[in-house]
Design a protein around this ligand. Sequence first.
Ligand code: 16G
Ligand code: ZN
Length: 567
Amino acid sequence: MEWDWEGFRHAAAAFPKPSGIDFSYGTAGFRLDASLLASTVFRAGVLAALRSLSMKSATGLVITASHNPASDNGVKLVDPGGGMLAMRWEPHANAMANASDEHALTEVVRKIIKEESIAFGDESCGKVLLARDTRPSGQILLAAASQGVAAVAGVAPVDMGILTTPQLHWMVCALNKDQPATEVNYYSHLSQAFRTLEQLRPDKSVRRSSLASESIIIDGANGVGALKLLQLQELLENLQFEVRNCGRAGEGGLNDGVGADFVQKEKAFPRNFDKSDALKKCASIDGDADRLVYFYFISSTISSPSTFNLLDGDKISALFARFIRNQLQSLVEDVEEKPIITTTLVAGYGDVRVGVVQTAYANGASTKYLQQELGLEVSLTSTGVKYLHEKASEYDIGIYFEANGHGTILFREEFLAFLRTKHMWGKPSIHRLLAVSEMINQAVGDALSGILMVEIVLMYLGWSIQDWNDIYADLPSKQLKVKVANRAAIRTTASETKVVYPSELQKAIDTEVGKYDGGRSFVRPSGTEDIVRIYAEATTQSTADALAQAVAFHVYRLAGGVGPQPS
Ligand code: 16G
Ligand code: ZN
């Protein structure tokens, strides 16, 4: 098939790059004010099409700016396996987005075709699934992305409509495995696995603790996830939830004082929740439904003040890890009577490696719980789903979560194949693990499948949200940010726990940390803004605050702070 370069240039010319803007792929794709994005999404469409040809499989593209304000938009790219675009291709995305005009873009595309040895066959062989969230700018931007895909010879765009980000990831993954991959298939797949897990519950008469409540109130961030939750609910007879902040008239705007990012950062109720919801189990998802946190509120009594309790990604991860460990343990006890520590010897398979992946932001109390109470291996990666996902895929069962609520549980294909061959063992834990692997999104963190997983585990344990919260108490922590002239002026180790450059900064942090009992602090340049983020943890809130302040001052002093100096 001949590439029609003339036609390509013509298509690209309809989406001129705004001058004076340097587009950067960032941690999870391009994201900025929607009015500036048409050229970038057209080009991202071209890139997704090239990636599809290069991998000879379908890829995906979602128009979303996640938890950002409604006036922003963005684009996330999905690789054939269902994960995020391979990091090796990110420089291609940047080069394309920043090409000055259609001629420069053509040169960049030619270079990528050569570098990646992309061949053009005689028939159409590429496919890109496209989706968008509910932002008003989404429709026009999706059309631009679709034209970008179609501008590449032999690649077809397929508009999947309004979806959550994880739904599109799931569909790309399913399609490339030749499995049913529509939105209806997604709901039936998740709900069927949930029902299987309900049926496999060991003791259905287990008494819930007095405060355990069946129902759950979910803050939908006034976004796409709310709509999809309502669809999912229709298939779940035994799970009751009320969805608030669905984007109905009077409920407020997308991500405006609502959503998982707001709840996690502010440690406060989202809009349309209040003290009358005391003791109720509540959850919050973000604008594209790939983050999940839980929360509840205890109203004040004469003896104690009211408290807002956040159960963040770390607590979700700990709950999941506990469940997985219990299932494996019963598998081993049934077979060989062996305790689990880090790896589990299962007859016929060998060591089953279970690992939990966190970032440096994970609360120290969660890491301690995973290692000391559950006896599990914990590894740290840089911030950003792509790093955690990659690390988690090294395990037979890899559980990963960022404190902000991004995460999932990954099962190695060989391990699942082994479990399937052992169906005849008739061990419930085998069937449970298989059902979890069907229910929890294997492509990317997914708030909808995360809710189902949290609810089923609480059901198994007969726990209330308070019982779950009590598995460990978070250490007091504080986060600050310092504006800097150039965030690249700070470099850290891969785990982001130490500054490598400037080295005086790490020495200063060590000195400050040494002043506080149980203190921990690290700094890292943001991957999404021109700032350096500071994290501090200590045994009391006032010492965590003081440590963060002191470290912020050193960042300002030694890493080119701009604007007002931290006091
Ligand atoms: C993006 C990442 C998130 C990360 C955050 C860090 C994805 C899907 N999202 O939102 O994982 O925690 O960036 O932002 O990868 P920061 O670099 O500004 O701290
Ligand atoms: Zn998101």
